[in-house]
Design a protein around this ligand. Structure first.
Ligand code: FAD
Ligand code: FES
Length: 272
């Protein structure tokens, strides 16, 4: 059950001038959060109404009565969030959304940019019997997210950077293609889990379909309300037929969907 809490900031760590990791005291959320779920955060100080709307962030870590989110400064809301200091409180709603499906025998996690955080929690919550390979894409070595976290969970990691400053020079989907073509695991309990920019997710979805591997994607739409009432976050899907026709509200019916549910041909990523 989602809770609305005033969470104290335990730590606001600057990783790069545009990336921050925020640790919040949030026992109510930490104790129930599942990988793929998110929190809806009011970045403003408690006496202000600016900005009016909450911003969504994936839960990256949920342990010891605290949660971590990792965010990149995109616009006004995240810039305000970066100014909040340890000891202050912040209005948080969560955990929200539907989590990833359970891990299978073999799993490939594909994360691009600030899409990596929910995959880190997926690895953290894995049982020892499952095998996981993490693939991380970033613009440059300084923007690689989650590498140390995956290593802490004994998950092997391969990295791709656009500028070649770390790992493979190129796209994280090059690494996925290599894994899928060489692993010999297709059809043997292999699942792909992905979160990142829309162009990356399109390629991951198409590639997984080509190799006949089930794939889950976590989509990042702007979410004005976060509780399913405004329709600001809808994503086109194939063969639906519920109250929302050929759309799903990503805030409550997602953010995780099976890749073969999404109508990629009609999805532009700017629903609101
Ligand atoms: C499920 C989910 C998980 C996410 N996880 C992460 C994560 O782990 N890390 C991360 O860095 N990012 C994550 N994001 C993206 C993050 O939510 C955005 O980067 C953030 O909302 C940007 O906020 P901003 O105010 O800085 O940017 P802006 O571009 O200023 O605002 C973001 C959006 O909020 C809406 N908005 C702002 N003001 C108004 C207004 N007045 N009226 C109507 N709409 C308005 C708009 O739709 C706008 O595009 C996630 C998004 C989703 C949906
Ligand atoms: S954000 Fe309002 S319905 Fe999804």
């Amino acid at each position: 059950m989602p809770q609305r809490i005033l969470a104290q900031i335990i730590e606001q760590r600057e990783l790069t001038p545009s990336h921050y990791r925020l640790r919040l005291a949030a026992p109510e959320i930490a104790q129930t959060a599942k990988a793929g779920q998110y929190v809806h955060v009011l970045p403003r100080a408690t006496h202000s109404f600016d900005p009016l709307l909450r911003r969504a962030f994936s839960i990256m870590r949920a342990a010891e009565d605290a949660i971590d989110i990792l965010y990149r400064i995109e616009g006004r809301g995240t810039a305000l969030l970066a100014r909040r200091k340890a000891g202050e409180t912040i209005d948080v709603l969560g955990p929200l959304g539907l989590p990833f499906a359970p891990l299978t025998t073999h799993n490939i996690l594909v994360g691009g940019g600030v899409g990596v955080p929910p995959l880190v929690l997926l690895a953290a919550q894995a049982v020892p019997e499952v095998r996981i390979q993490a693939l991380i894409g970033a613009r440059a070595a300084t923007e690689i997210i989650g590498q140390e976290d995956f290593r802490d969970y004994d998950v092997p990691v391969e990295v791709a950077t656009d500028d070649g400053s770390a790992g493979h020079q190129g796209l994280v989907t090059d690494l996925l293609e290599r894994q899928l073509s060489q692993s010999g695991l297709t059809g043997q309990g292999l699942t792909v889990f992905a979160c990142g920019p829309l162009p990356m997710l399109r390629v991951v979805a198409a590639m997984s379909q080509r190799y006949k591997v089930p794939c889950q994607v976590s989509l990042e739409e702007n979410m004005p309300c976060g509780v399913g009432v405004c329709n600001g976050c809808v994503v086109p899907v194939l063969g639906a037929g519920d109250d929302y026709g050929n759309y799903r509200r990503i805030c409550v019916d997602g953010p995780v969907l099976w890749a073969n549910e999404v109508n990629w041909g009609h999805y532009s990523g700017d629903s609101c």
